[in-house]
Design a protein. Structure first.
Length: 474
């Protein structure tokens, strides 16, 4: 879709855009931008053997931002009629109208001219499909799970999809447009044996169209849900203490996201709230470690053709060969530090101001094998599935709940474990990584990051060995 399509979608013209940013700057300021959004969301829910409910939602409007030094004015309108948008632009200008000690910010750094990123091109648009076509998909997924595991007593499955049409324009004259599809499937099953119950969940989410649904994907998710159930029923809660921890490839990347990634977001850095605030250019971990935040993975949930400030999607090395190379910048922090933005200005919707956020955060491969890392541990723990956690950005302290794992005894996986916490400090844990596997896996689950507002992200990691963490057990 070309720019003309988006102008027509939001019922505006180029002169109208210029008038709006001019109004947003009418009380002073160095930069203003507009964020137009039209999003359609649908979902279907299977429960108790039947697809009996679903949802449909449309979101439409424009957000207008004015930057005046280190002060931000923001207002939005759910209408794109010119009087309503002008009122929002005036409100934004008035909010930003204040004295500021921060001058000369070079916001003219978008470089959108000629950008042709295409990290997600749906082969089958969701809106071209009838909702009824997806009912058999959920029923087949349920049937596969019951067929694979006789201890299944309940299956809940949800299919959701959205398509967003986005148009961004700013006072630098930069126009960027993007069509963003997201499809997600989540399935949870409850199992019962001998009076005990266990549950397990599998999810997949991609920036793809309806072509993402296949028999292969459903079989993969069904197998993931039922695998390891024997271990779940026999798992114990081990004795806690300090010990080596081997973190399995894939979903363990959530610890990288939470305990380290947030601390690299440049709004925390700029305000001195991150433990990494004064560590740019310094070695912070082993030279085997490279940590990336990437908006360029094709079809990935965290991919961005453009971020929500119109900056082209890109791949950013936060840590390269153990040295802190870059923070994650939006236009504000990039202007503050005098560096190009990294394409990390993101927002939940047009109702929200963009702030530095992650996209797909992962650690690149190292030289070791998974088996060698496990074999190097005499007594410790292997973890491969996490749930919720808590992180203190300033101190870097974290606590994560582990849903499944194994004790390591004599270099081998032993008793399965559950209901434990992993407790540590982000910078210290990073420095204590003594081995990096060669089996990087990106977890394509329905990861959503909350930082005052929610955005779609993904994460990944190869198997890594951390010299010592606190394991909270018995």
């Amino acid at each position: 879709m070309n720019n003309r399509y988006y102008l027509d979608r939001f019922k505006v013209t180029a002169p109208m855009l210029d008038r709006l940013v001019g109004t947003a700057l009418s009380h002073g300021g160095g930069y203003a931008d507009l964020y137009f959004e039209y999003t359609v969301y649908q979902d279907l829910l299977l429960k108790d053997g039947d697809v009996a409910s679903g949802g449909f939602h449309v979101d439409y409007g424009v957000g207008i931002r004015t930057l005046n030094g280190d002060r931000t004015g923001y207002a939005y309108s759910e209408s794109t009629d010119m009087p309503d948008m002008l009122a929002a632009a005036k409100a934004s200008a008035q909010i930003a109208n204040a004295e500021s000690d921060f001058d000369g910010v070079p916001y003219r750094t978008g470089n959108t001219a000629g950008a042709r990123n295409d990290f997600y091109s749906p082969a089958v648009n969701w809106h071209d499909c009838r909702t009824s076509e997806f009912i058999p998909v959920l029923k087949k997924l349920e049937s596969l799970i019951y067929g694979k595991e006789k201890r299944t007593v309940k299956v809940i499955a949800k299919l959701s999809w959205s398509e967003s049409e986005i148009m961004m324009y700013n006072s630098c004259g930069e126009l960027a447009c993007d069509f963003r599809p997201v499809g997600s499937i989540v399935v949870s099953a409850i199992f019962s044996e001998g009076g005990k119950t266990e549950n397990k969940t599998s999810s997949r989410s991609f920036r793809k169209g309806a072509e993402m649904i296949s028999d292969g994907l459903l079989a993969e998710m069904a197998e993931e849900v039922v695998s390891g159930i024997d271990a779940r029923f026999s798992a114990i809660r081990p004795k806690g203490g300090k010990m080596p921890v081997v973190m399995g490839a894939g979903a363990s990347g959530i610890l990288l996201h939470e305990a380290m990634g947030h601390a690299f977001e440049a709004d925390f850095i700029r305000k001195g709230q991150s433990v990494f605030s004064d560590m740019a250019g310094k070695r912070i971990c082993s030279g085997e470690i490279n940590i990336v935040d990437d908006g360029t993975l094709p079809g990935n949930r965290g991919a961005c053709n453009f971020d929500d400030e119109g900056i082209p999607g890109q791949k950013t090395y936060m840590v390269r060969h153990g040295v802190l190379e870059s923070y994650l910048h939006d236009r504000i922090s990039a202007g503050w530090y005098g560096v190009p933005p990294t394409g990390n200005g993101r927002r939940e919707s047009f109702r929200f101001n963009p702030i530095p956020r992650m996209r797909a955060t992962y650690m690149e491969n190292g030289p070791a094998s998974r088996d060698d890392l496990i074999a190097s541990v005499k007594k410790g723990i292997y973890v491969d599935e996490f749930s919720n956690g808590q992180v203190k950005i300033g101190e870097g302290d974290f606590t994560f709940y582990v849903k499944s794992g194994f004790m390591i005894e004599g270099g081998r996986l032993a008793s399965p474990v559950k209901d434990i916490n992993i407790i540590g400090n982000g910078p210290r844990a990073l420095a204590d990584i003594t081995g990096v596997g060669n089996d990087l896996a990106i977890d394509n689950g329905t990861w959503t990051c909350g930082k005052d507002q929610s955005v779609a992200v993904s994460c990944g990691i190869p198997t890594v060995l951390v010299r010592e963490l606190v394991v909270g057990g018995q």
